[in-house]
Design a protein around this ligand. Structure first.
Ligand SMILES: [Zn+2]
Length: 496
């Protein structure tokens, strides 16, 4: 392998994919040579046509990382960080990307978001090859809305305890978290990713500064992250609903949502205000209206209970202030609502339990604001959360049920690829439990799945069914008489 040749190929890749041109070609090649301790550039020809056809730079980066390990004595992790740094050198500067995005935005917001996305793929910031390995499937049901399942082979699993520790984690080290602006160009370390090739754009929403970037491990098409300029904890408030609405005003082709502000029912990062959105139509947006709630004090907006597995309300209207008025009123009411017959206690021992997960999109000029009612209380029966995935489903999912899952797209851990294949084998061979546990102790808890597959169910259908049941756990008002009466009482209270 000739590393000089790979360096030349990567520079040509940057020319065809990242807009590197003119004097920068020579300049950047010399920077790469220096970084990789190579004395002189490649003398021969490279196949420019083949390079132009490459979708991602993986092949060149793999060779460079191998060189970093074998010739420069780096660890694999250091070599990966070096890749991110080198791609950062070859990608237009953050300021240039921001300017180009705004220029394109002036003619088409869609073109602007596509530009930033294509750049993220080409610069290897968005880990396309890894994301493409995820196992993604649609899970239709005969008696309810469909879900989407993704077995995520690209990102490690986090549990609720680790996340809870981070909520009030002191600002320590640099950058303070993975969402701070200071990640831009950051070299990375073993417990923090390298961000040399990260590019983002600044936005002003209701007078506050936010930054838009893509998720490096997107869960769906153009999965973006919008984060606030300052490192402040997540909150759920009218201000946040207004920022979501301002975002869909600016990018009507994207949906946007915020995780809740509490552990278990929130996302993996709670100490830095951020939203997630994208070009995808999540299952929640396909859900049908189940019942209209007439509210005499809110003309000009409609409120519907949605036919979904967790408890979802939809506010719809053209006038954003009216939408915000109702969203704020429902949120405040829910935050204080107590209904012990439904296990709903809004706060205890000074800790808030009830909150909402909001999502917004714009359809035919109307705002649709979805509120998923959430509660994170734990008790002796359910120490992991009363309205969280119950223990009998832990073999499929233990992580918090955040915005994306609560909206019907389940991100399942990588281990399930291996475990599901094993269970299929075990079910086919009718292997007794003691026997398979001896060889695969991590299949403890999978006997229900083994039985289901022995009964003829597919592994995919089984996992989808569990996800649906988990959303049933998440539902604060259950899909039974007691739950529906409880929901009706809560909604009647809104009109009082
Ligand atoms: Zn931060």
């Amino acid at each position: 392998m000739m590393i000089e040749k790979t360096i030349r190929e990567l520079v040509i890749y940057a020319k065809t994919h990242l807009g590197l041109k003119g004097l920068d070609l020579v300049y950047c090649e010399n920077l790469l040579l220096r970084e990789l301790h190579v004395a002189a550039p490649y003398e021969g020809e490279v196949d420019e046509e083949a390079i132009a056809k490459a979708i991602v730079p993986d092949a060149y980066l793999e060779a460079i990382e191998a060189h970093c390990v074998s010739a420069l004595g780096m660890t694999n992790a250091q070599a990966e960080r070096e890749s991110a740094f080198l791609m950062g050198l070859l990608t237009p500067s953050p300021e240039a990307v921001d300017a180009e995005f705004k220029k394109r935005y002036a003619t088409s917001p869609e073109e602007a978001t596509s530009y930033l996305y294509d750049l993220a793929v080409a610069s290897n910031y968005y880990q396309k090859t890894k994301v493409d390995r995820n196992i993604v499937y649609d899970a239709p049901f005969e008696d309810g809305p469909k879900l989407e399942i993704s077995i995520n082979l690209s990102k490690p699993e986090k549990n609720n305890k680790d996340i809870a520790k981070l909520v009030h984690a002191k600002k320590s080290g640099y950058p303070a978290c993975q969402l701070c602006l200071e990640n831009l160009g950051y070299e990375g370390r073993d417990d923090h990713p390298a961000r040399g090739n990260l590019r983002l754009v600044s936005l002003l929403l209701n007078g506050e500064k936010w930054y838009l970037q893509y998720s490096p491990y997107g869960y769906f098409e153009k999965h973006c992250i919008l984060f606030h300029e300052s490192h402040t904890p997540m909150e759920i408030s009218r201000r946040i609903f207004a920022a979501l609405i301002a975002f869909v005003d600016a990018f009507p082709h994207f949906f946007i949502g915020s995780n809740s502000d509490l552990p278990i029912v929130g996302g993996s990062i709670l100490n830095h205000e951020h939203f997630q959105g994208g070009f995808h139509v999540l299952p929640i947006f396909h859900s049908k209206e189940k019942e209209e709630i007439k509210l005499s004090r809110h003309p000009g907006v409609t409120l519907h209970v949605m036919d979904f597995y967790d408890t979802v309300l939809k506010i719809e209207g053209e006038d954003k202030e009216k939408v915000l008025d109702l969203a704020e009123e429902i949120t405040l009411a829910w935050r204080n609502y107590e209904d012990k017959t439904c296990d709903i206690i809004p706060a205890s021992e000074g800790a808030q339990h009830s909150t909402v997960t909001p999502l917004v999109r714009k359809v035919d000029g109307k705002y649709q604001l979805f509120l998923i009612l959430r509660n994170n209380r734990c008790d002796d029966r359910f120490p992991g959360g009363i309205f969280h995935a119950h223990p009998e489903y832990a073999h499929i999912k233990q992580e918090g049920i955040g915005l994306i899952e609560a909206s019907g797209l389940f991100i399942l851990p990588a281990r399930l690829k291996r475990q599901a294949a094993l269970v299929e084998e075990i079910a086919r061979a009718h292997t007794p439990k003691e026997e398979y546990l001896k060889e695969h102790p991590d299949l403890e808890g999978f006997d229900d799945m083994v039985k289901a597959l022995e009964g003829g169910m597919s592994a995919r259908a089984y996992m989808a069914e569990v996800c649906r049941k988990i959303l049933g756990n998440v539902a604060v008002f259950k899909d039974d008489e007691k739950g529906q009466e409880g929901l009706a009482r809560f909604l009647r209270g809104l009109n009082a």
